[in-house]
Write a protein of this length. Structure first.
Length: 287
């Protein structure tokens, strides 16, 4: 076949080839993501990032192979696998591994409904010794025609033991039926909740608020019976919501560290953060 004609045919067939490849890849990645989220405790951020990398790499390899660059496509896939393997080092520093607990009965969570203008809200208090990740609230207005429906309430970060979140939005009142929602007949119960287990060993922490640079300090003393390989902190920010705070060894460029039994180490916030309060350790990596 004439080389020019062959190139024209490849160009014309390219959208069809890419569409078919995209459907296959999306089905494969989507199915794998569903299985991982359903049957494992893999963090969604891992699945999202790896999924995007896998889709982009396979689509690029398909395009290169279609135009006769099959070897380049193989090289691209190999490089993507190496990049994902290397990214585990970053994930290990950023994402802690904490056991998840899913409860559907005897749930140590207290809720109280309220209505403000056209919004139905609940206040949620964590009465568990573990961190509260999300709460499923079953809500109904008491009408015989309406069955309770469940909405999962979560926030920027896990809720610490003994803390509460005020006025988490549940639903909006129908504007054409303002009398439908009445607190005297509203039912609002906890349907399920996800917790993250509190670390078994937590070292002593002395928190020093931000200096002029905006970097707060965490003076850590390892008075536990284990060697500590990494700590993750959670603080209430200036927006009054609890959030995870990234830290690194102070006055050092090395991001990896360990604290031996009886040892001390000063950590500092990786970024300038102002107004941090109620800082607590929510995950510990032991060696």
């Amino acid at each position: 076949m004439n080389p020019n004609a062959d190139l024209v045919l490849r160009v014309l067939a390219f959208p069809i080839v890419m569409a078919i490849a995209q459907l296959r890849v999306l089905g494969l990645v989507g199915g794998a993501a569903f299985l991982l989220l359903t049957y494992t405790d893999v963090e969604p951020v891992r699945i999202i990032i790896y999924g995007v990398v896998a889709i982009a790499t396979i689509m690029l390899a398909t395009a290169l192979s279609h135009f006769g660059g099959g070897l380049l496509g193989v090289v691209g896939i190999v490089l993507a696998v190496i990049a994902m393997w290397k990214s585990e080092v970053i994930f290990d520093r950023v994402i802690p591994t904490s056991d998840r607990i899913h409860l559907t009965e005897n749930i140590p969570v207290q809720i109280a409904p309220s209505i403000s203008r056209d919004t139905v809200s609940v206040s949620i208090a964590n009465d568990s010794p573990d961190w509260l990740e999300a709460t499923g609230v079953a809500f109904a207005d008491g009408s015989p025609m309406e069955r309770p429906w469940t909405k999962t309430v979560s926030w920027g970060h896990w809720l610490a033991p003994g803390e509460e979140i005020q006025r988490a939005e549940i639903a909006s009142v129908y504007p054409d039926d303002p009398g439908r929602y009445d607190l005297h007949r509203t039912t609002c119960t906890v349907a399920h909740a996800d917790f993250r287990r509190m670390p078994a060993f937590i070292p002593s922490i002395e928190f020093e608020p931000q200096r002029s640079s905006g970097h707060s300090l965490f003076h850590v003393t390892n008075d536990t019976p284990v060697t500590i390989g990494r700590l993750w902190f959670s603080c209430v920010g200036s927006n009054r919501f609890r959030e995870s705070i990234q830290t690194r060894p102070a006055y050092s460029n090395d991001l990896d560290y360990q604290i031996e039994l009886g040892g001390t180490l000063t950590l500092m916030t990786s970024d300038a953060r102002y107004g941090l309060t109620s800082c607590r350790v929510y995950a510990v990596k032991t060696l």
